[in-house]
Design a protein around this ligand. Structure first.
Ligand SMILES: Cc1cc2nc3c(=O)[nH]c(=O)nc-3n(C[C@H](O)[C@H](O)[C@H](O)COP(=O)(O)O)c2cc1C
Length: 370
């Protein structure tokens, strides 16, 4: 099959161009952020990561794996960071390779909060969180599973420091050649821990009412937007996502308060993971004037059909696709040519080191030629 010949092209709403803060995206498929743990134990990106991301540069936009803004935000030792000059230097060839292949890439800034562990930090420090509420399930380290530890409740000085760290990491991201940054306020990470009920028991300005639960994320987003420009900042949320023992009994008032504060900032985008218990996309769509990226894959893995439905029904402007991008590096070309998406062969290589399960999935044209 000749995938370059338009006569074979299969029409798809995913393949129409879109505007993202003044940049034209060739398609509406966003590669979702996926932690892959291929950095070294100092959080320095390795050359293999340039190859991995460049293979996937035909995405309308790539959002990188979660990147730690500081030692205090580290989740894993081999997670990349953006808090040392060596890390910035390690990222530079990654972003250059994506740009050389015609792509665009945002850096996802991810602070672990209570999901951290002394054994997963360069400095062996205690994790910090909105409140001293520990996880109960074991955590992964390079040496195997380990029991969680009690996180330290953040002081207002800690909160200020975490916000400053995110702003500094955003500036570092731009120095490293990223086109923008995504604040990871989803999937149980520190900002989500402020938004949620069970992880935020504070009775100061950062806890209690819906507005107070949203305050940390609002201040964080404002600071990052001030640091690099709102049009280079995206915000990811996953209201009601129970990952890592998060509970949100009534997400709507908190997320509505959040959006009423951040919608006027003019961010590049809002990235929303939908949830059957609280249909966030439908509730928040009318409250967001900017670009909306939708993801429906947390409960049922994204398929070509689900992605197309999301765009066709106008529930989102762009759709983020995670796991299928692991096994289909050239996903937009496969959509254009009507080629079935290859399944992931070996899930246990998601978080290992080395090339296997990482850069060894072929593009469709290689399979056809071979
Ligand atoms: C291996 C793996 C790592 C992930 N790491 C992150 C991450 O670092 N940051 C994040 O926001 N989401 C992360 N996710 C969630 C994905 O971005 C996405 O929301 C999820 O996989 C559902 O979409 P899908 O069905 O298209 O894969 C990860 C998912 C997978 C499978």
């Amino acid at each position: 099959m000749d995938i370059d010949t338009p006569a074979h092209g299969v029409p798809s709403p995913l393949l129409t161009s879109a505007d993202l803060a003044g940049t034209e995206l060739p398609n509406r498929i966003v590669m979702a952020p996926m932690t892959r743990l291929r950095a070294d134990t100092s959080g320095v990106p390795q050359p293999i990561m340039a190859q991995y991301y460049a293979q996937r540069a035909s995405a309308g936009l790539i959002v990188s794996e979660g990147i730690s803004p500081s030692v205090r935000g580290q989740q894993y030792l081999t997670e990349p960071g953006l808090f040392s000059e060596e890390q910035v230097a390690g990222w530079t060839p990654v972003t250059a390779a994506v740009h050389a292949a015609g792509g665009r890439i945002f850096a996802q800034i991810m602070h672990a909060g209570r999901n951290g562990h002394p054994d997963n930090r360069i400095d062996g420090g205690q994790p910090e969180a909105p409140s001293a509420v520990p996880l109960t399930r074991p955590l992964h380290t390079l040496d195997g599973k380990i029991d969680p530890v009690m996180p330290r409740a953040m002081t207002t000085a800690d909160i200020r420091a975490a916000i400053d760290d995110h702003a500094a990491a955003a500036r570092a991201a731009l120095r490293a050649g990223f086109d923008g940054v995504e604040i990871h306020s989803a999937n149980s990470y520190l900002p989500h821990q402020f938004l949620a009920d069970n992880t935020n028991l504070r009775d100061d300005a950062y806890g209690g009412s819906p507005t107070a639960h949203a305050r940390f994320v609002v201040e964080l987003t404002e600071a990052v937007a001030d640091a690099v420009g709102a049009d280079r900042v995206g915000l990811r949320i996953a209201p009601g996502n129970p990952e890592n023992e998060i509970t949100e009994a009534d997400p709507a008032p908190v997320y509505r308060a959040l959006l009423s504060a951040v919608d006027p900032l003019g961010l590049a985008y809002l990235h929303v993971t939908d949830n059957p218990d609280y249909p966030a996309l439908d509730d928040l769509r009318p409250r967001w004037r900017g670009t909306l990226i939708g993801n429906t894959g947390e409960h049922e893995a994204t398929t070509r059909e689900s992605a197309e439905r999301l765009i066709r029904d106008r529930r989102a402007d762009l759709v983020s696709v995670g796991r299928p991008f692991i096994s289909n590096p050239d996903l937009p070309e496969r959509v254009a040519a009507g080629i079935a998406w290859a399944p992931i062969r070996e899930k246990n290589f998601h978080y290992t080191s080395g090339p296997r399960g990482y850069i060894d999935y072929p593009a469709a044209r290689e399979v056809v030629a071979g």
